[in-house]
Design a protein around this ligand. Structure first.
Ligand SMILES: Cc1cc2nc3c(=O)[nH]c(=O)nc-3n(C[C@H](O)[C@H](O)[C@H](O)COP(=O)(O)O)c2cc1C
Length: 174
């Protein structure tokens, strides 16, 4: 085994061996133009979602310093996590795009529901969690948001997986 630090490409390939689920992080995005202001949703595909603690109930997400969702997370300090189902690859691709629009969301049939605290969640996903940020740490080129889970719902279904840079699904149980 080589002892030199991996190149970014080697790092990416090594990390790609770790299979994950795929989530959409959602934040309220209050459009300033127009009266009255409309509450919109900004979503971002994320597989950095991880559980952190049971007491209190904490999770984390890592957000690129370049991501458009970052200033919204810093401002609102609350977000939704929606876990994508195996057949929701198109949603994962959409929320990983830099350009998003209400028209594209309409075409894809994306619907949101709102918690009482103003946290948007993506309907039709296999699980949703409403999260309140308790800490943010800038680490390298990402910000780690640690958040308390305020509510969680499970609809069930098979998960979408991400492995070696590709979407996968679970094999049937043998
Ligand atoms: C499967 C998958 C997982 C991703 N996970 C993350 C992640 O955990 N954190 C992150 O910052 N970007 C992640 N991305 C990239 C963002 O989804 C992408 O940069 C997106 O355009 C950012 O949206 P925004 O700039 O509108 O906020 C992921 C992309 C894919 C396809």
């Amino acid at each position: 085994m080589s002892t030199h630090p991996p190149t970014p490409e080697e790092f990416r390939r090594a990390l790609g061996q770790f299979a994950t689920g795929v989530t959409v992080v959602t934040v309220e995005d209050t459009a300033s133009s127009g009266a009255p202001p409309r509450s919109q949703v900004h979503g971002m595909t994320a597989n950095s979602f991880t559980s952190v603690s049971l007491e209190p109930l904490l999770v984390l997400i890592c957000v690129d310093l370049q991501a458009k969702i970052l200033p919204l997370l810093q401002k609102k300090r609350r977000f939704g996590i929606s876990v994508l189902a195996a057949e929701q690859q198109d949603l994962s691709r959409y929320f990983a795009r830099s350009e998003k629009s209400p028209e594209a969301e309409e075409r894809l049939g994306i619907r949101y529901r709102w918690t009482e605290n103003g946290i948007p969640l993506v309907e039709g996903t296999i699980a949703q969690m409403a999260c309140q940020v308790v800490a943010a740490h800038v680490s390298g080129d990402h910000t780690i948001f640690v958040a308390e889970v305020q509510s969680a719902e499970i609809q069930g279904g098979e998960p979408l997986l991400f492995f070696r840079g590709k979407y996968r699904r679970l094999a049937p149980e043998s």
